[in-house]
Design a protein around this ligand. Structure first.
Ligand code: FEO
Length: 398
C-alpha cells in the first residue's frame, strides 16, 4: 500500500508490526519496525531501496500494482544490508537490466550476498542523476554509517533526504510521519537506535554531519529507511545526532548488577540510596542485567555519566550475564564515562577486579577503588555502601 510523501514521491515499503528482534537476535525491537522504500515519479521513475527478504514477493507485487515494473528507469540502493536490498532478487528477475545506482562498496555487498551481475552504476559523493522536471538526485556517501557501503540520496526540488539507516528508528508507526507519531516512543526508539547501532561511529558521524551541513542543503523531509519520516522540523533529529555523537551524557548514574542471594543487589540499592541522599537531581537507575533487555540497558549506559557494575564472585569470576553485557559495551565504544565495580563474595572475592578489567577494556574511566563485601552487609557496611555511592558522585564533580 502506497502513501504519499510529497508531490510525486510515494512510500511503498512495509511496516513490520511483528518484528521483535533485528540483526538476528541482537537487537530488541519492542515497537516493531518498517522497511521504507520510496517510488519517485518525475519524468524518470526511480525506486529508492527495497524491503527485507521475507516481504520481497509482497513488495514487488504491490509495486507492480502501482507502476508497470518496466517503467522503472533507475533503482537506488543506499545500503546493501538485507533489510533494504532483500527484495532485489525478486524485482530484478522481472526487470533484469534496470540500472542500480549504489556505492562501490555496495556493489561488493550486493554481489557477495546475491551473486548476481546486475547493471551496477557506481556513484560517489556529489554525483548527480537527472530525473526530469528540473529535479536531480544527489548522492552522498555515508561510509561507516553504519556500513562501508552506506549512502544517502538527496532529491532537489522537493528537498527530500533519503537517509537510509541514519536518523531511523525501529518503530512500526501507522501514520509514517514524526508529527503523527507517539513522541515518547519515537524519542525512545530513536535514541536506542543511535546508542546501539551508530554510537561506535561517533567520530565519523560528527565529520559527516558537518559535511552535510556545509552543503547547505535545504531539507524539507528526511525520509529514513526505518520508522517515521521526519517532515515536521526535520532538522530536530539532525540536532539530536549532533548532540549524541559528542560523547553524550545526561545527569544519570546507572547501577548494573547480577546477584545470586541478593547480597550484591543489596549493595546496589544502598549505593543508589547514598547517591540520592547526596544529590536528588541525579537520576539513578538500577538494573539486574539478567532481567533487563541488553539494548535498552545499553541505551541507559549511553545516557549515563557513570556506571557502577556489580557481581558476586563465582568460580573466581563474575556471573556470565554480566560478562556478556560488558563485552557488548566494549563493542559500543562509549567514551567519557566513569565506571566503578562492586560485589559480595564468600571465599576469594575476585569479581570487582574482573569487572574493573572488563570496564577498562571497554573504554571506561575506571575508579581504582572497589566495594567488596564478605558475605552479607551489616548496618555499618550498608553505611559504607552508601558512602561508596556518594564517592562516585563526588568523583564525577572533581
Ligand atoms: Fe537497516 Fe543497516 O540496515
Amino acid at each position: 500500500m502506497k502513501k504519499l510523501i510529497k508531490n510525486n514521491v510515494d512510500w511503498v515499503g512495509k511496516i513490520d508490526w511483528e518484528l521483535r528482534t533485528f540483526h538476528g537476535e541482537e537487537f530488541s525491537t519492542h515497537s516493531g519496525s518498517s522497511y521504507n522504500s520510496y517510488l519517485i515519479r518525475e519524468e524518470k521513475t526511480v525506486l529508492v531501496d527495497t524491503v527485507w527478504l521475507p516481504y520481497a514477493k509482497e513488495f514487488v507485487d504491490n509495486l507492480a500494482s502501482e507502476v508497470p515494473l518496466e517503467e522503472i528507469d533507475y533503482i537506488v540502493i543506499n545500503h546493501g544490508e538485507k533489510d533494504h536490498s532483500g527484495a532485489l532478487t525478486e524485482l530484478m528477475q522481472r526487470i533484469p537490466d534496470t540500472p542500480i545506482y549504489c556505492t562501490a562498496n555496495a556493489v561488493k555487498s550486493l554481489k557477495g550476498q546475491y551473486h548476481q551481475d546486475w547493471n551496477f552504476n557506481v556513484v560517489k559523493t556529489g554525483d548527480t542523476l537527472d530525473i526530469g522536471n528540473g529535479k536531480e538526485l544527489v548522492f552522498v556517501e555515508m561510509k561507516m554509517l553504519h556500513w562501508p557501503d552506506s549512502m544517502a540520496t538527496y532529491m532537489t526540488g522537493d528537498n527530500i533526504l533519503f537517509s537510509n539507516d541514519a536518523f531511523g528508528q525501529h518503530y512500526a508507526c501507522e501514520h509514517l510521519f514524526n508529527d503523527l507519531a507517539d513522541p515518547c516512543r519515537l524519542e525512545r526508539e530513536a535514541i536506542k537506535y543511535y546508542a546501539n547501532i551508530l554510537n561506535p561511529f561517533n567520530k565519523i558521524l560528527k565529520k559527516k554531519l558537518d559535511e552535510i551541513l556545509a552543503l547547505n542543503l535545504e531539507i524539507d523531509i528526511i525520509a529514513t529507511s526505518h520508522g517515521v519520516i521526519w517532515r515536521d522540523n526535520p532538522m530536530q533529529i539532525v540536532e539530536k545526532y549532533a548532540a549524541w555523537c559528542r560523547d553524550y551524557q545526561e545527569n544519570q548514574i546507572t547501577i548494573i548488577y547480577d546477584t545470586m542471594w541478593n547480597g550484591t543487589k543489596r549493595i546496589a540499592e544502598k549505593m543508589a540510596e547514598g547517591i540520592q541522599a547526596e544529590d536528588s537531581e541525579t537520576v539513578v537507575k538500577l538494573f539486574n542485567v539478567s532481567k533487563a533487555d541488553d539494548n535498552d540497558l545499553a541505551t541507559e549506559v549511553f545516557k549515563s555519566r557513570a556506571i557502577a557494575v556489580g557481581s558476586p564472585t563465582v568460580s573466581n569470576s563474575v556471573l556470565r550475564s554480566l560478562s556478556g553485557f560488558l563485552h557488548y559495551l566494549k563493542e559500543l565504544k562509549f567514551k567519557n564515562k566513569k565506571g566503578v565495580a562492586f560485589g559480595c563474595y564468600g571465599w576469594s572475592g575476585e569479581s570487582p577486579g574482573v569487572i574493573q578489567a572488563m570496564l577498562k577494556d571497554a573504554g571506561f574511566d575506571v575508579s581504582e577503588e572497589v566495594f567488596k563485601v564478605n558475605w552479607n552487609m551489616t548496618g555499618d557496611l550498608e553505611q559504607e555502601a552508601m558512602e561508596f555511592g556518594k564517592k562516585l558522585l563526588k568523583d564525577l564533580e572533581d
